[in-house]
Design a protein around this ligand. Structure first.
Ligand SMILES: [Zn+2]
Length: 138
């Protein structure tokens, strides 16, 4: 979700769109489930019918970030973003890496929960960078 937040930021800037005009969703590539933040900002999985899904029950899936026009039929924002995927991933990674925060903040990965100090490699910021590195090698 942190990586998707950073991608949304750089994507909206690259097409000079208001963030509300370009929306994002995170889910499996087949549409079986999607991720969203609960009332406390913690991610949770929901099935296509909106019911709470168990992350452990998913076998293999294709994690997917959807960036889409927030208008019926679209206004042409998402197509150029599709063509510039690799560039957007690089820019989003650079945004997160360059941020002065330690664990993640609203400027890079979005609102971040307090993190356990002992789990340095699992901060929202570190996890977002790991996702970008995996996307760059995919
Ligand atoms: Zn930050």
């Amino acid at each position: 979700m942190g990586a998707a937040h950073a991608l949304h930021v750089v994507a909206a800037l690259s097409v000079m769109a208001e963030a509300r005009d370009l929306q994002k969703a995170i889910g499996s590539g087949d549409g079986a489930w999607f991720a969203q933040a609960d009332g406390r900002g913690r991610g949770q999985l929901r099935g296509a019918d909106g019911s709470l899904a168990d992350p452990a029950s998913a076998e293999r899936f294709t994690p997917t970030v959807y960036l889409y026009d927030n208008y019926p039929g679209g206004v042409g924002l998402s197509e150029p973003l599709w063509r510039r995927q690799a560039e957007l991933v690089r820019q989003a990674r650079a945004l997160v890496v360059a941020c002065d925060c330690r664990a993640g903040c609203p400027a890079c990965v979005g609102p971040a929960l307090a993190v356990d100090e002992a789990r340095e490699g699992e901060t929202p910021r570190a996890l977002a960078i790991r996702v970008f590195d995996l996307l760059a090698t995919a």
